[in-house]
Design a protein around this ligand. Structure first.
Ligand SMILES: *Cc1c(COP(=O)(O)O)cnc(C)c1O
Length: 396
């Protein structure tokens, strides 16, 4: 089929939930992808912070192929060997004591919401179920996670939504303090807001949130679906602070493109999940776990975190240089290789212009360019991307 036919069939057969760019990507290797016409792109979106180790990573793809030939799926009514190994890797390298596996970020957050409520019912004196989340947050597209998401545009048309959520401005401890009430059981927050425009809170914010949760004896849930797995230069973004959560969710880069989600918790909180509390058919299946194990192995032993930190600093310097040359760039922000560039103009033309010249990234909130490239990028990749950006911006 020609590209034109593919796109016409895509529009004919697939529900219209995305305004898709007019390309069909068919192959990837490292930081590059190719479309159905053979055109090459530098991929600074990486499937939206998913392919952290690059496309067709030999270790991850090799592990998936090997596992597919050995055992793909059984059921969580049995013990699953690769699941035990990935749980141990995540637990031994984080605050957590226990893991629950699922298939996506939204599912991980659903599990976190259910666990927090169950823990509250069993352990808190008053009737507590409300979870305070942040304005401009993003936690997923299921009904409960859409309700947790502090953005009306994702909620419109889907009411009645599950109740029990309240929203306060991000990076505002005083508002959070006021919002925690007799019925609150938890605070749920991203370490750096992703879909909300790569918003980094002030130093000490997470510690402040932790302190409010401790003082009021409620739980802290961190949504690290986007910030986790080395994206910000640490394995998990909370490590850069002095605060640890009670519950944390992961997904996006955990399987480097194979769908895997996880919800991690301390023993104290995890104890509220008992046989029958929560379940999933596919979550934690051997194939998904093989992907996750090889991702963790690469992140822990492959020098990837170090590269993420170093390239993050270099890329940011280069984006700051661009800012000096283009008046419509308002701010460059982010951490590690999770970087955003806020513009005083819409970002769509720049995204399209870059795509035409062979650079992929996207735009959130209409005017924030988002760069979440594979963590294995080199200075040369960054130089090339910045050259393309500069050229597109000069020709606007
Ligand atoms: C992407 C994302 C989600 C939702 O993950 P899905 O896998 O699309 O369900 C939740 N939280 C954050 C912070 C995300 O970036």
């Amino acid at each position: 089929m020609t590209t034109e036919e593919l796109i016409s069939n895509s529009n004919r057969y697939i529900m219209n939930t995305y305004s898709r760019l007019p390309v069909v990507l068919v192959r990837g290797e490292g930081v590059h992808v190719w479309d159905s016409d053979g055109k090459e792109y530098l991929d600074f979106l990486a499937g939206i912070a998913v392919c952290g180790l690059g496309h067709a990573n030999p270790s991850v793809s090799g592990a998936i192929c090997k596992q597919a030939e050995t055992l793909m799926h059984v059921s969580n009514i049995y013990h699953i060997e690769p699941q035990i190994r990935l749980a141990a890797l995540l637990v031994e390298n984080s605050f957590a004591d226990k893991a629950f596996f699922c298939n996506s970020g939204a599912e991980a957050n659903e599990a976190a919401i259910k666990l927090a409520r169950k823990y509250a019912h069993e352990n808190m004196d008053e009737e507590r179920y409300r979870i305070v989340t942040m304005k401009d947050s993003f936690h997923g597209r299921t009904l409960a996670t859409v309700a947790a998401t502090g953005q009306e545009k994702f909620q419109k048309g889907f009411d009645p939504l599950p109740t029990g959520f309240g929203y306060v401005p991000f990076d505002d401890l005083a508002s959070l303090e006021r919002a925690v009430a007799e019925d609150t059981c938890a605070v749920m927050v991203e370490v750096i807001q992703g879909e909300g425009g790569i918003k980094v809170p002030a130093d000490g914010y997470l510690e402040g949130v932790r302190k409010i949760c401790d003082d009021r004896r409620i739980l802290l849930i961190l949504d690290e679906v986007q910030t986790g797995m080395g994206r910000t230069g640490d394995l998990f973004a909370y490590e850069a602070s002095g605060a640890k959560p009670d519950i944390m969710t992961l997904a996006k880069a955990l399987g480097n493109g194979f769908p895997v989600g996880a919800m991690l918790a301390t023993d104290k909180v995890a104890a509220s999940f008992t046989p029958g509390s929560h379940a999933t058919t596919f979550g934690g299946n051997p194939l998904a776990m093989a992907a996750g194990i090889s991702v963790m192995d690469e992140l822990l032993h492959g020098g990837v975190l170090d590269n993420s930190r170093k390239m993050g600093v270099y890329f940011r310097e280069k984006l700051d240089e661009l800012k000096a040359n283009h008046a419509f760039i308002k701010e460059v922000r982010g951490r590690g290789l999770m970087l955003g560039m806020e513009l005083s103009i819409g970002g769509a033309d720049i995204v399209n212009g870059c795509m035409n010249k062979g650079l992929l990234m996207n735009c959130t909130c209409d005017n924030v360019l988002r760069f979440v490239p594979p963590l294995i990028i080199t200075k040369e990749d960054i130089d090339r991307a910045v050259d393309i950006l500069d050229e597109v911006m000069r020709n606007l």
